[in-house]
Design a protein around this ligand. Structure first.
Ligand code: M6R
Length: 607
C-alpha cells in the first residue's frame, strides 16, 4: 500500500519521479505528490486522484535534479490534498514520504504541538518531518536517525532537506525500501518496478537500516550509525514484464500469461527419474521432512485460497494432516505451535502485514515457517526459514490471477515431494508428475473459452448477487471466483461449499441470482449435480464450469463452459480460469477500473 520513489542524479527529477509513481500506482491510488529540490528550496505539488491528475498539475519545466514522490492508500485521515504526501515541516525545508503506520503518532503530535508546531494534515506521517526539523543541525542523516528513535510502528521513508542538494535519506522498519544503483545517479523506491526502466542493480534494505544516497552512491548504516555492508542484487526480470503490451489492462494480460507463469513455477523442479520434485530452497533435509507431522498454511485473500487447495491435496495425497487459516485470525488467537508442524506463509507480494506478523508469531513460538512468495527479496521471503519462489513475474493488477496458479504449482510440487517420501509409489508419482508437467498446456486450452465467457458476462453483468459453488478441491476455487468478481465488479458474490447451501445460502436462490457451479468429473460429481438440481428446482439460473463432453451437466445448466478433461486432482488450475475471465468481463461490461478497483491496493502492508 502506498508507493515511494526518490531520485538523485543529473537528469530533471520530475519525469523520473512521475514515471516511477505511475509504475507504483497499483500499490495505492487515492492521491499523490512530489517534492523537488532546486537551489535551496523544495517545490511541492500534491493532488487527490491518480498520477495522471498530478502529472497535469506539475509545471512542465519544473527544474531540480533530486526529489521524492508518493502515491497514497489512505489509512489515517481522509483522501485530501493536505493528507497527501510529501509532508513538510513548518519551515518547508524538510519533506518526507512515508509508507506504514506510526502507532504512537498521537503522543508525538501532542508533544510537538506543545512545543508550538502547527500541523497541516490529519496523518500520522506528518510527525516525521517535524521531528526531523526538531533535530536538524546541518546533517539530515543524523536528524533522521534522531527522529527515528521516537517512532513506534512501521515505516519506509524517504526524506529530503532543501539545504542538502542531491541527498535523500531512506529508512526502513516493516515497510519495504529498495535502493537502485545507476551510473552517476541513484534511486530509492518501495518497489523495484519504480526504477527498473533505469537500473537493474538494486539493494534491498532490511528493517532497522538507514541509507543515505546522492548521485555518487549510497551508504547504509543502522539507526545507531554503525555501517552495514550490503550486497548489490540484479533484478531478474525485464521491463517488458511490467508493461501491458497489446492487452487492455494488466489483469487480462496476467490471466493470459498463466501457461508461461505456471511453467516457470514448475521449471526444473520435476525429477522424472525419481518421480518426485526438487525444491532447493526449503532448507530442510529428508529426515526433517519425514518428521513433519502436520502442515499448516497461513495467508490472506487469494493466497489463502491457494493454501486451502494445497492443504486438501497434501492431506489426501501425502497423508499429512493439513489446514489453511487466515493469517489475520491466527495471529491473535494464541495458536498452539506443535513441534512437528511445518508452516507455510503464502503471499504473492511477500509484504502482507497480516501474514508477516502471523509468521513472526509462529517463529517466536518455535515454529518453522516456509514462504511461498512471488516477489524476490520481499520481507516474508527473507524472514521465513526457507521456501519456494513461484516466479510468476511481476503481478500488477490488484486482482491476483497468475500468482494464484503459480502458488498452486508450488503446493503440488511440495505434495509430490512429501508423498514420495511416504506412501506414493514410483508409478503413481510418475503419473502425477506427468500430469503436473501438462498443466500449462491445459491452461492454454482452457483460455480458448474467452469468447464464450465474455458472452456470459454480458448476459449476467447486471445481476447484483452471485453464488459460486463447488465441493472438495472446487470449494476454494468457488471462494476464489467469488472474491475475484466482488473485487473488480463490486457485485455481491458468495463462495459456498455446494453441500452447505441447504444449510442457509439456498434462501438466496431466485431467478435474478445466478449460481456458478464447478463440476469436475471427480468422485463428488453426482453430489454436485444434485446441488445444481436443487438450485434449478427453485428457479435459480445455473452456469456450470465443467468438463468437455459432459452432456448431463450441460443439459441441466442454463449455460455451460467446458474445460479440458484431466486428472481430477488438477482441475483447480483450469477451472479457476473461466472464473477469472468472468470477473474480468463483468467488470469490463460495467465500466469498472479493473486494475485498480475502488478501496483496494496491491500489497496490504497494514493490519
Ligand atoms: O500479496 P498477498 O498474496 O499476501 O496478498 C493477499 C491478499 O491481499 C490478496 O490475495 C488479495 O486478496 C487480492 N487482491 C486478491 O485478488
Amino acid at each position: 500500500m502506498c508507493g515511494i520513489v526518490g531520485y538523485a542524479g543529473p537528469r530533471r527529477a520530475v519525469p523520473v519521479l512521475l514515471e516511477g509513481l505511475k509504475r507504483l500506482e497499483y500499490r495505492g491510488y487515492d492521491s499523490a505528490g512530489i517534492a523537488i529540490g532546486d537551489e535551496g528550496r523544495l517545490a511541492v505539488v500534491k493532488r487527490v486522484g491518480k498520477i495522471a491528475v498530478l502529472r497535469n498539475a506539475v509545471p512542465k519545466e519544473l527544474p531540480g535534479s533530486w526529489g521524492i514522490g508518493h502515491t497514497r492508500w489512505a489509512t489515517h485521515g481522509g483522501v485530501t490534498e493536505a493528507n497527501a504526501h510529501p509532508h513538510l515541516d513548518s519551515s518547508g525545508k524538510v519533506a518526507v514520504v512515508h509508507n506504514g503506520i506510526i502507532e504512537n503518532y498521537r503522543a508525538l503530535r501532542n508533544m510537538l504541538e506543545r512545543e508550538g508546531v502547527c500541523f497541516a494534515s490529519e496523518t500520522d506521517s506528518e510527525v516525521i518531518p517535524h521531528l526531523v526539523a526538531r533535530y536538524y543541525e546541518g546533517d539530515l542523516e543524523q536528524a533522521v536517525k534522531a527522529a527515528l528513535s521516537h517512532l513506534e510502528g512501521t515505516y519506509g521513508i524517504a526524506v529530503v532537506h532543501a539545504d542538502e542538494p542531491g541527498r535523500i535519506i531512506g529508512a526502513r522498519n516493516g515497510s519495504p525500501l529498495v535502493v537502485g544503483v545507476g551510473s552517476g545517479e541513484m534511486f530509492l523506491a518501495s518497489d523495484v518496478t519504480a526504477m527498473i526502466a533505469h537500473t537493474k542493480q538494486v539493494v534491498y534494505l532490511s528493517d532497522g537500516e538507514v541509507v543515505a544516497i546522492d548521485p555518487s552512491g549510497f551508504r547504509t548504516t543502522d539507526r545507531d550509525d554503525r555501517p552495514v555492508a550490503k550486497k548489490v542484487d540484479e533484478v531478474a526480470w525485464e521491463l517488458g514484464s511490467i508493461e501491458k503490451g497489446d492487452f487492455a489492462c494488466y489483469m487480462e494480460k496476467e490471466i493470459f500469461e498463466q501457461p508461461e507463469s505456471v511453467a516457470r513455477a514448475l521449471g526444473g523442479r520435476l525429477e522424472s527419474a525419481e518421480a518426485t520434485a526438487k525444491l532447493g530452497g526449503l532448507n530442510l533435509d529428508r529426515r526433517q521432512l519425514r518428521q513433519v507431522g502436520r502442515v499448516r498454511v497461513i495467508a490472506a485473500g487469494t493466497s489463502w485460497h491457494a493454501g486451502l487447495v494445497g492443504a486438501q491435496l497434501l492431506e489426501s495425497m501425502a497423508r499429512i494432516p493439513a489446514s489453511a487459516e487466515l493469517a489475520s485470525e491466527l495471529r491473535y488467537r494464541n495458536p498452539v505451535v506443535e513441534k512437528d508442524s511445518l508452516w507455510f506463509a503464502v503471499s504473492q507480494s511477500g509484504e502482507t502485514a497480516d501474514t508477516l506478523y502471523a509468521l513472526r508469531e509462529i517463529q517466536r513460538k518455535g515454529g518453522t515457517v516456509l514462504g511461498i512468495c512471488n516477489v524476490v527479496g520481499s520481507t516474508i521471503a527473507r524472514e521465513s526459514d526457507g521456501g519456494i519462489y513461484v516466479h510468476s513475474g511481476p503481478e500488477i493488477a490488484v486482482a491476483s490471477t497468475k500468482a494464484f496458479t503459480s502458488q498452486l504449482a508450488a503446493f503440488y510440487l511440495f505434495t509430490l515431494l512429501m508423498a514420495r517420501m511416504r506412501d506414493l509409489s514410483h508409478a503413481e508419482g510418475a503419473h502425477f508428475s506427468a500430469a503436473l508437467a501438462g498443466v500449462p498446456g491445459k491452461i492454454a486450452e482452457t483460455l480458448r473459452c474467452r469468447d464464450l465467457v465474455q458472452a456470459l458476462a454480458k448476459k449476467y453483468a447486471r445481476s447484483e448477487n452471485f453464488l459460486f459453488l463447488g465441493r472438495g478441491l472446487m470449494y476454494p476455487i468457488a471462494l476464489e471466483g467469488a472474491l475475484k468478481l466482488k473485487e473488480i465488479s463490486y457485485a455481491h458474490a458468495e463462495g459456498c461449499a455446494a453441500g452447505e447451501i441447504k444449510h442457509g445460502p439456498i434462501a438466496l436462490v431466485a431467478p435474478e441470482v445466478p449460481s456458478i457451479f464447478l463440476v469436475p468429473d471427480d468422485e463428488l460429481r453426482e453430489k454436485t449435480i444434485s446441488n445444481m438440481r436443487e438450485i434449478k428446482a427453485r428457479g435459480g439460473p445455473v452456469i456450470a464450469v465443467g468438463v468437455e463432453g459432459d452432456a448431463e451437466v450441460a443439459a441441466i445448466a442454463d449455460d455451460f463452459v467446458p474445460t479440458p478433461r484431466m486428472d481430477p486432482r488438477f482441475y483447480p488450475f483450469t477451472m479457476v480460469v473461466p472464473l477469472q475471465l468472468f470477473a474480468y468481463f463483468v467488470a469490463l461490461e460495467l465500466g469498472r477500473d479493473i486494475d485498480q478497483p475502488r478501496n483496494l491496493a496491491k500489497s496490504v502492508t497494514v493490519e
